[in-house]
Design a protein around this ligand. Structure first.
Ligand code: MG
Length: 396
């Protein structure tokens, strides 16, 4: 550096640090971290192109407590065929992330999450739990909701999509009638887990029996091989779905790009896009018109927002996807969707009302007819029912 040249940026920072009012937001360091493996009973089997869920959802709840008594909650919701295992999520939090979090300043969420990425590869679901618990604490300390901390709400209500995935279609017909009565106007049909004729039969029934304003979406969860997909996708277009999600395995990018180019119906990437780097490459290769963003895939709400920003730059709209979650993890997705303009296609946070036998939250997850209402209270906005948490305890 030439003599006499000063780094004025540093000087300015120093000055602003000095002139900052004393005090600021008061919150103590994280003093306690508790990990609760749970099994949440569910009301039916659900089938998908990659596998089934039945009996219960094996998730992991995280409770952080600061030295001054603020409590933040998080939930990791892995699925072994998609993101990982509950055992790994529990170990990630209890063994590998505990030393990082204990004693940490909950105002430094970006720093904590960057360090989590440096010491632990993958484990997005565990990192999502950690990030939501930290934001819950910061919200309670500041009086702001998580969506306000994420940049502020651009929407106060988010349209609800409910997935139809029961191999017993008569049971899903009953659910569809209940959804209509409840005011829900988006369903997502899980296809590709049985034969194509079964999928066509279900779509025919839905188009014939649902109100004309019912929007239908289709999700194959990777359930077709590239060589068999295109003719089936053309059949599906006859039912005018909003979009068709992940027709082929995650790695089949060339096939995804081909369907995106030749079909009229928008194609959505879910399993093909986990990370920001995936999103950059997927947008460049135009493997989809749309992305599904999930806090469990991306490893938190802010990473999800980064993926949405990449998508926005490429003209790709986004959808709020989820894993098998209680209302607790739903809240993180809902705050993210509320604060992210490009997550504009609604969200599927339906399990708390339509899939679990009992939810984990102390109050009902906020669904009003066909929409979710974004909480405005501090932090995530809802508390965990600790009796339920004890009832759901699982030994893994
Ligand atoms: Mg999906």
């Amino acid at each position: 550096m030439a003599a006499g040249v000063r780094l004025t940026v540093d000087a300015a920072n120093e000055e602003s640090a000095i002139s900052r009012p004393a005090g600021g937001l008061s919150v103590g360091p994280v003093a306690r971290l508790s990990v609760y493996p749970i099994n949440v009973p569910v009301v039916s089997t659900r089938s998908h192109g990659v596998g089934d869920v039945s009996g219960g959802m094996r998730n992991v709840v995280l409770r952080l407590e600061t030295a001054d008594g603020l409590v933040g909650w998080g939930e990791a919701c892995p699925w072994p065929v998609f993101t990982g295992t509950a055992e790994a999520a529990a170990a990630a939090l209890d063994v590998h992330l505990r030393p990082l979090v204990t004693g940490a300043d909950p105002r430094r969420i970006s720093d904590i999450m960057a360090r989590a990425d440096r010491i632990l590869v993958g484990h997005g679901d565990a990192k999502a739990a950690l990030e939501m618990a930290l934001f819950d604490i910061l919200g309670k300390a500041s009086g702001l909701s998580v969506s306000e901390l994420l940049g502020g709400r651009c929407r106060d209500r988010v349209p609800l999509s409910v997935s139809l995935a029961n191999p017993d279609f008569a049971a899903d017909q009953d659910l569809a009638r209940r959804l209509v009565a409840d005011g829900v106007r988006i369903v997502k049909v899980k296809t590709g887990f049985a034969d194509h004729a079964f999928d066509v039969t279900r779509l025919e029934w839905l188009r014939g029996n649902m109100p004309p304003d019912m929007r239908i979406r289709i999700d194959y969860n990777q359930g077709m091989a590239p060589h068999e997909a295109l003719r089936r996708l053309r059949d599906m277009e006859a039912f005018a779905p909003d979009f068709i999600e992940q027709p082929v395995p995650a790695k089949e990018w060339a096939a995804m790009a081909h369907y995106t180019a030749v079909l009229d119906t928008p194609i959505m990437a879910d399993e093909s896009v986990f990370t920001v780097a995936d999103a950059v490459r997927a947008a460049g290769a135009r493997i989809a018109d749309l992305f599904s963003i999930k806090v469990m895939k991306s490893g938190g709400m802010r990473r999800g927002q980064e993926i949405a920003a990449v998508a926005a730059g490429a003209g790709i709209a986004c959808y709020g996807g989820d894993m098998f979650e209680t209302g607790l993890a739903h809240l993180a997705g809902l705050h993210m969707a509320a604060a992210t303009p490009n997550i504009s296609l609604g969200a599927e946070f339906y399990q708390a009302k339509y899939y679990v036998a009992h939810d984990l939250l102390a109050q009902p997850f906020p669904i009003d007819g066909g929409e979710m209402v974004v909480p405005t209270g501090p932090g995530l906005g809802y508390e965990v029912d600790e009796d339920r948490l004890a009832e759901f305890a699982a030994g893994f």
